[in-house]
Design a binder for this molecule. Sequence first.
Ligand code: PLP
Length: 562
Amino acid sequence: MDESGENTKGALRGETIAYFSMEIGMKEEIPTYAGGLGTLAGDTLRSSADLRLPVVAVTLASRKGNFRQELDAEGRQIEHPAEWNPSELMELLPEKTKVRIGKKEVGVAAWQYVLESPTGGSVPVLFLDTDLEENSREDREITDVLYGGDERYRLKQEMVLGIGGMRILEALGFEIRKYHMNEGHSSLLALELLKGCEGDPKKVRKRCVFTTHTPVEAGHDKFSYDLVSELIEDGDKIEMLKRFGGGQRLNMTLFALNLSNYVNGVAKKHRDVSRAMFPGYVIHSVTNGVHSYTWTCPPFRELYDRYLPGWANEPELLVRVDVIPDDLMVVAHAKAKKDLIDLVNRSTGTEMDPQVLTLGFARRSTEYKRPTLLFSDLDRLRRINSRGKIQIVMAGKAHPKDFQGKRLIEEIFCRARDLKGEIEVAYLENYDMALAAKMVSGVDVWVNTPLRPREASGTSGMKAAHNGVINFSVLDGWWIEGWIEGVTGWSIGPEPGEELPPQEARRRDIDDLYSKLEYIIVPTFYHRKDHWVRMMNDSIGMLAYYFNSHRMMRRYVTEAYL
Ligand SMILES: *Cc1c(COP(=O)(O)O)cnc(C)c1O
C-alpha cells in the first residue's frame, strides 16, 4: 500500500485520518473514559469536528464503563458499574467484522456516534462491541470494562481495538491516509497493516502516527509471548511482533515506535524524557491542548462571545482578553465560584464561603499525583489560614486496583477531619467531565503537585486557565511551557534543569507550596485584587490562547498527517 499503486483499494488516495484510542471522553453520559488520556481524545475529536478535519475515531464500547465512585464517611471508595446503553445514544452499524482470538473467531460490531460541530464539521466515532449473540459468553464481555480484568483480558481488548478497528474501517469503506495511535493500546493495528503491506515495515511506517503519553518505563503495556502466542496463534505474526515489539515481552509502545514515521510526546519536557527512554528514535513533541468551548464555563463563554466573537473556533482571539472590562470578569468568576460552592455545600455538608480563597485539586488519585502533599504540615496550613482564610475542594477516582490511590483519598478524609472548624476541605465524589468543568472554573487557584517527571503533560490546568483560574503547580509537563512566575501563575519546587535528589526536591516542593501560599498567594488574593485580576487576564491571554486543542490539531495536521 504505497504511492506506487500496488494498492488496489487506493487507500493512500484516501484523505481520512483514523484516530484510535482505548478511551474517549465524549461526555459524561458515555462513561468510557478514565482520565486525562480520554478527555484529551475527546478534545482532539471536538476540535477536529470544528476544524472540519476528515477524521474517524475508533474506541471500545466499554459497556460497563469506567465506574461510578461512591465514598463512605471514612473516604473509602466504593465502585459501582457505570453501565450505559449504546442504543440510547448511537446507531448500530450493519457492517460487522471478526477477529481471531485463540481458537475462536470473535464477532465485532460498531456503534456510531456522530460528533457534530456548529461549523458544519462532523466526526464519526466508532465504539467497538463484542456483545453479540454469535459470541461465547466470555467473548461477549471483552468490551465491557475499561482497563478491567487481567493481562489476558487486556490483550483481548487490544486485539479488538487494533485489529478489529482496522477491519471495521475497511468494511465501512474508509480510505485511510494515516492511522493515529493515541497511546500504545491500539498498536496491533500496525500488525494488521503489515499483513496488507507484504510485511514491509517501510510502507507501514508511512501510514502510522504514534503519540506516547507515558514518561516511565513501567507504565508501558507489555505482554508475555506465552500469552501472545496463545491468543495470536499465527507463527508469522509472532515473528513480526518479536521483530518490532521486543524479544522478551511484547512491548506495545516499542511496537508502535518501530512502525511509525511520526512519533511525539505530549509536551517538550515529555519529548526529552521519551527520547532518553528510547534512545535512537526520532521523537517530536506536540504539546496538548484542551477544547476551549467545552472547558469554558457559561459566564465566561458569554463574555468571550460579547467581546471576542469567534473565539470558540479561533481561540487565538483570546490573546486580546484585555478588551474585556475587569469588573465583568470578576463578576463572571464570582458566578462560577458560587455555582461550585453551592454544589460543594449541598453535596458534602461543608460550609464553604464564596468570599474565601478557594484552592482546587482534582485528578485521578494515584501516588505520583501526590494529592496529600498539600497536607504535609497541618500547622503551616493553619498559620497560612490565620493570615487569610483558605478552603480546599478536591476530587478524583482511584483505579479499582490502585490500593495506594484509594488510601490517599482516605488520608485526605482524615486530614479534613483534623482541620474541621478551621479550614474547610471537601472531597467530591465521582470526578467526571461535568464535575471537572465546574471545579476548574469555580475555584480561585488550581493546584497540581505531581512527582517529576511523571506528568507527561497534564491538561486540567489548561482548563482552569480558560476560566481565569490561576495555576499553582510543579514545573512538569505543559506547565514548564506556560509558566511565567507571578504573571501566568506560580511554580512549586525546583526549576527545570535543577537536578535535586528526590528527598530534597520533595522538601523544596513542600516549602514552596506553603511559602508562596503564605507570602504571595493569600496576600495577593486579599490585598492586591488588581494584581489578581491582571493574572486572571494573563492566564486567559497567555495560556488559554495557546494551550487549546485547535492549535494542537493544526500542529498534528501540518507535522504528522500531511
Ligand atoms: C481534564 C481531566 C483529567 C486530566 O486532568 P490532569 O490534571 O491533566 O490529570 C482527568 N479527568 C477528568 C474527568 C478531566 O476532565
